[in-house]
Design a protein around this ligand. Structure first.
Ligand code: ADP
Ligand code: MG
Ligand code: MG
Length: 252
């Protein structure tokens, strides 16, 4: 069973006017088959955690460790992270001019699997995954992220997740910008991937509504750059009722 271990992670962002410490000692272990929700107020550093795991150049790790099955993730390039089995939606460029979704996905799958998937099988695989996400087949021929709506970006993200079959997936605000129907379809996609028992999921979100569709095994409250409380799914219900106020007395 693959395990992602985040140990006392400290990260600063290279902001204008100098570096700013955002993550102040994050500890978290995600095992294959588990679903963890990270919930917290805006500005608490949730996306910073996701970007740091993705190896985004704007974020500097100033302390701590990230290990995937004991291997040092922080030493890996972005591609190596994907190959090792980490899925981070923002790993990939925002827009890829002139590259169709279909070619993009095959290139990503080739990088992750170490060999190009057989074309015929691949086309079938993509078709099935797209149908499951209720995506128009014409979507496969569009250029990556070019003119994608918020909802299309999110579906494309889950399409990648279904096709790349990572060990651990980090999904940041997958629920934002989705109407109720799209949220349900995207959630069903995540649940299908979960149900294989082979993926560990870290669901980063401000809102509790996606947790009506995806029941996490663990919920962590994130405030002030670290996890301040952990519990089971019932913690999300408490957050839905009470909000984050009690956690941010000293500011998020
Ligand atoms: P969240 O995802 O929880 O809303 P973020 O990780 O986006 O929080 O942001 C945490 C803090 O770090 C915020 O105060 C934000 O302004 C700051 N921050 C994040 N990324 C950058 C950046 N690239 N440049 C400057 N400040 C940043
Ligand atoms: Mg934010
Ligand atoms: Mg965020």
């Amino acid at each position: 069973m693959a395990t992602l271990e985040i140990r006392d992670l400290h990260v600063s962002v290279n902001a204008e006017g100098g570096p700013r410490q955002i993550l102040k000692g994050v500890d978290l272990t995600v095992k294959q088959g588990e679903t963890h929700a990270i919930m917290g107020p805006n500005g608490s550093g949730k996306s910073t955690l996701a970007y740091s795991l993705a190896g985004h150049p704007k974020y500097t790790v100033t302390g701590g460790q990230v290990l995937l099955d004991g291997e040092d993730v922080l030493e890996m390039s972005v591609d190596e992270r994907a190959k090792a089995g980490l899925f981070l939606a923002m790993q990939y460029p925002v827009e890829v001019p002139g590259v169709s979704v279909s070619n993009f996905l095959r290139t990503a799958a080739t990088a992750v699997r170490g060999e190009a998937p057989k074309l015929r099988l691949w086309v079938k695989e993509v078709k099935e995954a797209m149908a499951a996400l209720q995506m128009d087949p014409a979507f496969a021929e569009r250029n990556v992220n070019e003119g994608f709506s918020g909802g299309e970006k999110k579906r494309h993200e889950i399409l990648q997740l279904e096709l790349l079959k990572p060990k651990v997936a980090i999904l940041d605000e997958t629920d934002s910008g989705l109407d109720v129907d799209a949220l349900r379809i995207v959630s069903e996609g995540i649940n299908r991937v979960r149900s294989t028992g082979e993926v560990g999921t870290l669901l980063v979100t401000h809102y509790t509504r996606i947790l009506r569709y995806i029941k996490p095994d663990y919920v962590h409250v994130f405030a002030g750059g670290k996890i301040v409380e952990s519990g089971g799914a019932e913690l999300a219900d408490k957050l839905e009722e009470e909000g984050y106020e009690s956690y941010v007395k000293g500011g998020a």
